[in-house]
Design a protein around this ligand. Structure first.
Ligand code: NAP
Length: 546
């Protein structure tokens, strides 16, 4: 990366705008975007809703929140010094340590001076004559910038369910995403939790150790697999540091940028013994081996997927003592791996505790939240604490919570009402100079690995424009149509895209988000990078620049 000389950059800075670039969000992508754009010599400002940085790792401080990606594949790779200095304490780091890491990064690279906290962006409007974005904060403040980079996250728009009476509950209630810094004391308490996604699984297995009584309200069980986490000794950390080049290279060659990549064999072609032995091995493998490192046909071929589901169901039956409870915990409406698998540590054993109850709300639906607890069709249960682990309006939700308007005041939310349409997941046609870091239909996988690439690509295109005094970049409608079709085609035939989950943009609590859509690029990150690299090498000919 070539840095513009400071004088040269200053000469190009436009006095008519407050900033050369505004970044929305100080999470993993936003922090790195700030670092890179500042390195170009641009005047950059980040606006962040939270009172501190970290995005996902700032907000999600619910009990047991931790990585499901290997810690040492999640850190930034742009600085050798940083890789050398930082010691991960566990193979799957817990939220407090990860938050500490991101703060360490911010301090090391002096990022805070360009971040304004407690500053929710409520609107961003493009002004054609001035060729700038006008960004409005909740406080009423306005700021203008030539470029707008959205680093708003993929799972940041938390959603509460629509259950009558929620406001009447007199105990403590909280969405996991809004867990307070001062914590909620659940020790000895009667706790009810709604949801059984990855967040709920981590919460449940953690609080079950200390609550008085726990009731889990489940609508859809998920296929959960062991995380197999462990501490990292200083000798092991030294070894990881020595192997960083190899580890990072490995992440770049797998489809989702984990160390786990698919096994070329097919489940339906190997013998039953071979299959079983492989799956038993994966069951003991830390992290996403079972999901990302499985036989190559498991997420495509219905028969292979059925076999993998049967293996997973057997594991649940082995671990849960009461057969009726085990059956409730086995997914029936989707096959193994077709939703993001939660990784767990003793999750299924929680259901063997005498103070834990599983309520299948398909049998006894929740009717309302009462002053004292939760009323299902059969009875009212009283709680001291209700936890809503009810997930997010994923991928496009965070965009839709900002009033983003492009050329002629066209609303992004309106443009995307039938699903997102982007060029490379970075541009939306008619929204000039808006670049999406980790936008829909882009290269979303192991987050930091893929965000780093996305941010670098965005930095290069901005640099290209700035060096040529180009003040307007937009994707052509045909480029957007072509990319959207390409992403749709790639997504056909993947079992995952048939199932409702955050990965297909489904949230039953949000109007218009009931049916699965293709929301993610599914050609694998190496192919995504090859495509984006080629676009850059050809001089961004699919972009209209002036
Ligand atoms: P989620 O997977 O969308 O789960 C939300 C849960 O709430 C689901 O069980 C859902 O049931 C339930 N729910 C929603 N509304 C409900 C209602 N009205 N009544 C009853 N149940 C309701 O959300 P999440 O668990 O927060 O996880 C989202 C993603 O965040 C994960 O898949 C993962 O990618 C990421 N995450 C990562 C980590 C990590 O890396 N360690 C940890 C946690 C989360 P239905 O399934 O029936 O809709």
């Amino acid at each position: 990366m070539v840095t513009l000389h400071a004088d040269e950059a200053a000469a190009r800075s436009d006095a008519n705008v407050d900033f050369d670039a505004i970044i929305i969000g100080a999470g993993v992508a936003g922090l790195y975007q700030l670092y890179r754009l500042r390195e170009l010599g641009l005047r950059v400002q980040v606006f962040e809703t939270g009172s501190s940085l970290g995005g996902t790792w700032y907000w999600n401080r619910y009990p047991g929140a931790r990585f499901d990606s290997e810690s040492w594949t999640y850190g930034y790779s742009f600085s050798k010094e940083l890789l050398e200095e930082w010691n991960w304490d566990e193979h799957f780091s817990a939220q407090p340590h990860t938050e500490q890491y991101l703060n360490y990064v911010a301090d090391k690279f002096d990022l805070r001076r360009n971040i304004q906290f407690n500053s929710r962006v409520i609107s961003a409007h493009w002004h054609e004559a001035e060729r700038h974005w006008d960004v409005e904060l909740e406080s009423g403040e306005h700021h203008t910038a030539r470029f707008l980079v959205t680093a708003v996250g993929v799972l940041s728009a938390a959603v509460m369910p629509n259950i009558p009476g929620m406001e009447s509950f007199t105990g403590i209630s909280c969405h996991t995403h809004r867990w307070p810094k001062e914590d909620i004391n659940v020790v000895g308490k009667r706790v009810g939790i709604i949801g059984t996604g990855a967040t709920a699984v981590q919460t449940i297995q953690t609080i079950a150790k200390s609550v008085g009584h726990l009731t889990i309200f489940q609508r859809t069980p998920n296929w959960c697999f062991p995380l197999n986490n462990s501490k990292i000794s200083s000798e092991e950390m030294a070894d990881i540091k020595a192997r960083y080049p190899e580890i990072l290279a490995r992440c770049l060659e797998t489809p989702s940028c984990y160390v786990h990549g698919p096994d070329p064999r097919k489940a339906v072609e190997v013998t039953a013994d071979e299959r079983e032995a492989f799956w038993e091995k994966l069951y003991r493998t830390p992290g996403f081996g079972q999901w990302q490192g499985n036989f190559s046909d498991v997420l495509i071929d219905r028969e292979a997927n059925k076999l993998a589901s049967e293996f997973a169901a057997r594991k649940i039956r082995e671990r849960v003592k009461d057969p009726a409870v085990a059956e409730k915990l086995i997914p029936k409406n989707h096959g193994f791996g077709t939703r993001r698998i939660p990784l767990e540590t003793g999750y299924y054993e929680v259901y063997n505790q005498s103070n834990v109850e599983l309520v299948d709300i398909n049998e006894t639906p929740i009717e309302r939240i009462t002053e004292k607890g939760i009323q299902t069709s059969d009875l009212e249960r009283e709680f001291d604490v209700i936890i809503y682990a009810t997930g997010f309006d994923s991928i496009t939700g965070a965009f839709e919570r900002i009033d983003i308007r492009g050329v002629n005041g066209v609303k992004l939310k309106e443009e995307w009402k039938n699903g997102p349409e982007t060029y490379l997941g970075v541009f939306a046609s008619g929204f000039p100079n808006m670049l999406m870091a980790m936008g829909p239909h882009g290269g979303l996988s192991n987050y930091t690995r893929t965000a780093e690439y996305g941010v670098e690509w965005i930095t290069d295109v901005i640099k290209f424009a700035v060096e040529r005094d180009l003040t307007r970049i937009d994707a052509t409608p045909s480029a957007v149509a072509e990319w959207t079709n390409h992403v749709d085609e790639l997504g056909q035939g993947l079992l995952m895209n048939e199932v409702g989950s955050w990965m297909t943009g489904v949230n039953r609590n949000v109007e218009g988000k009931q049916a699965p859509r293709i929301m993610r690029y599914s050609g694998g990150h190496p192919a995504y990078r090859a495509h984006c690299d080629a676009v850059a090498a050809e001089g961004y000919t699919n972009l209209a620049m002036s």
